[in-house]
Design a protein around this ligand. Structure first.
Ligand SMILES: O=P(O)(O)OC[C@H]1O[C@](O)(CO)[C@@H](O)[C@@H]1O
Length: 529
């Protein structure tokens, strides 16, 4: 299209939210009225399904659960007064607790105030809080937050060593909706052990965020932890940033959580409009569907041109891919749905993989996240009349143009600045877009069966490891690996047994592999206990 036609296309498709001052530009996604017309019936069904979801329908049929993250920012939407009351009560519990921590009314047993937060959690129990902390935490935050979002011993050691004797003024949030995620449980045990080694009373530093009655709930209750904040079965991990999972850590850092909720609520109202072109979430879902032919044929590359939004793509990887990446649709048909998400930030990524985006595989659409306000305070010129922020904007727009000129589609979400309100709105925008898209492609966007498969396999491997070690202890000397698994009745597990024993030998001197690593099938194993 020639520039003037494109300018008209930009204006025809532009979405602008007057209160949030947020723009959405899908003009470079190759959409036209015919596409809208073709998909309008599907969207009408999606709008209807979304309305039923918000009204309390079982929108997660595989787990027989409602889907209620929208109620978190508008409690009156909840389908029952007790849910409304519970949401309000949790928000008050968060505010009261945080005020007491900030004032020192809730303080470490040794005195002083809590100054650091160790957040132990994974997936949606970490990604949202990490994104929001990087985006919004003030430089003079009353508490500094640190995340343990894996089961890596070296990761535990690194943070706990860095904190050193700051442990005495550290608050520990253990965040797990299910209360049983192994990585999070391991983190809790490791951190508790560190507190014990330091002679500190862990429960007096610990807070749980979990579902009522979970394993974590029972540990926290039995050991009289400082507080327990509820998670609900109708809030998924990947949509929990505006529940206690995200609001508690944000508030502890001095982030205005009420403004996050307001921004999300304002965006929810906008994305509730049952019209494609005046609903920003519908426009996103339409653009995604069109780009990937409803089958995720194009990857979603997410490029915020703002350092503080760098973690947004990691956050979206779970929100989009754990929601849409499904083997079967709601009719049980094999569909292998999904949209792959990657990206870090601009302009940085222009010096990494944008080369391939511009000239190589055309298997993506780009999502620019633009922030109009460059910085608080007065800019300086880096060249006469040009600031570094001008460069950031110019390079975004230049990359957008260069991609378009080579038939690479892109869309742009523009925020006036990064604030709790706009971050809340951005989260809400994408939660709704994923939900609408899920309805368009007829998948349950609210469960995650594939992850359970990996968890089950891991548990089986750890059980095998224990059997191998117990069997080794019965041996009087080295035993061929093959004989060991045969004795255990699992000869078909020879490779897994080898891989587990190789890791054990690298970390536990009592297990030794004898023979050449080049020929693992001929190795002998011995327990030097
Ligand atoms: O909060 P939990 O129950 O520990 O789960 C952590 C994460 O694991 C998953 O259940 C599976 O990845 C995510 O949906 C969730 O955010």
């Amino acid at each position: 299209m020639d520039p003037l036609t494109l300018w008209q296309q930009y204006q025809d498709w532009l979405y602008y939210h007057p209160e949030l001052k947020l723009y959405l530009d899908v003009s470079r996604m190759g959409l036209d009225q015919a596409t809208v017309a073709t998909l309008t019936p599907a969207f009408q069904q999606a709008f209807q399904a979304m309305a039923e979801l918000e009204a309390g329908a079982i929108a997660n049929p595989d787990e027989d659960r409602m889907v209620g993250h929208y109620w978190l920012r508008d409690p009156d939407l909840a389908p029952a007064p007790e849910l409304t009351a519970e949401i309000r009560a949790t928000l008050e519990q968060i505010k009261t607790f945080v005020d007491q921590v900030h004032s020192g009314q809730i303080a470490p047993p040794q005195g002083g105030k809590f100054r650091d937060v160790i957040s132990v959690g994974i997936g949606g129990s970490a990604l949202g809080p990490q994104f929001v902390s990087q985006a919004l935490a003030p430089l003079d935050a009353p508490l500094n937050i640190h995340f343990l979002d894996n089961t890596d011993p070296a990761g535990f050691d690194r943070l706990l060593t860095q904190l050193g004797d700051r442990l005495v003024n550290s608050l520990v949030l253990v965040v797990s909706k299910s209360g049983g995620t192994p990585e999070t449980c391991n983190g809790m045990v490791e951190v508790a052990a560190a507190f014990q080694r330091a002679g500190l009373d862990f429960p007096k530093h610990a807070v749980a965020i979990t579902m009522n009655g979970s394993k974590l709930f029972q540990i926290a209750q039995t050991n009289h932890w400082l507080a327990i904040f509820p998670m609900y079965d109708w809030v998924g991990g990947r949509t929990s940033e505006l529940s206690a999972v995200g609001l508690l850590p944000a508030a502890l850092q001095g982030i205005a959580i009420e403004e996050m909720l307001t921004g999300a609520k304002q965006m929810d109202a906008a994305t509730r409009v049952p019209q494609i072109k005046t609903n920003p979430a519908a426009l996103l879902a339409l653009a995604w569907y069109h780009a990937g032919n409803g089958k995720g044929e194009k990857d979603m590359v997410v490029l915020p041109y703002k350092d503080s939004l760098q973690l947004f793509s990691r956050y979206l990887q779970q929100l989009v891919m754990e929601s849409l990446g499904k083997e079967k649709d709601l009719d049980g048909q094999i569909v292998h749905q999904g949209i792959a998400v990657y990206g870090n930030k601009g302009t940085t990524d222009q010096h990494a993989y944008v080369q391939q985006l511009r000239d190589g595989l055309a298997n993506f659409f780009l999502t620019f996240i633009e922030v109009l306000k460059d910085r608080p305070g007065t800019p300086i010129d880096v060249e006469p009349g040009i600031t570094s922020g001008d460069y950031l904007c110019g390079l975004l727009l230049g990359t957008r143009q260069a991609l378009y000129d080579n038939d690479r589609p892109s869309l742009t979400v523009t925020l006036p600045e990064v604030t709790p309100t706009t971050v809340g709105a951005l989260i809400a925008l994408y939660e709704r877009a994923v939900g609408l898209y899920g309805f368009l492609v007829n998948v349950n966007a609210y469960h995650q069966p594939g992850v359970e498969a990996g968890k089950k396999a891991a548990a089986a491997n750890l059980a095998l490891q224990l059997k191998l070690v117990n069997a080794l202890k019965q041996e009087s000397g080295p035993i061929p690996l093959i004989d060991l698994v045969t004795k255990l009745g699992v000869p078909e597990q020879a490779e897994m047994a080898y891989l587990l024993l190789r890791h054990l030998a690298a970390n536990d001197q009592r297990v030794e592999l004898l023979g050449s690593p080049q020929t693992p099938g001929q190795l002998r194993v011995v327990w030097q206990g």
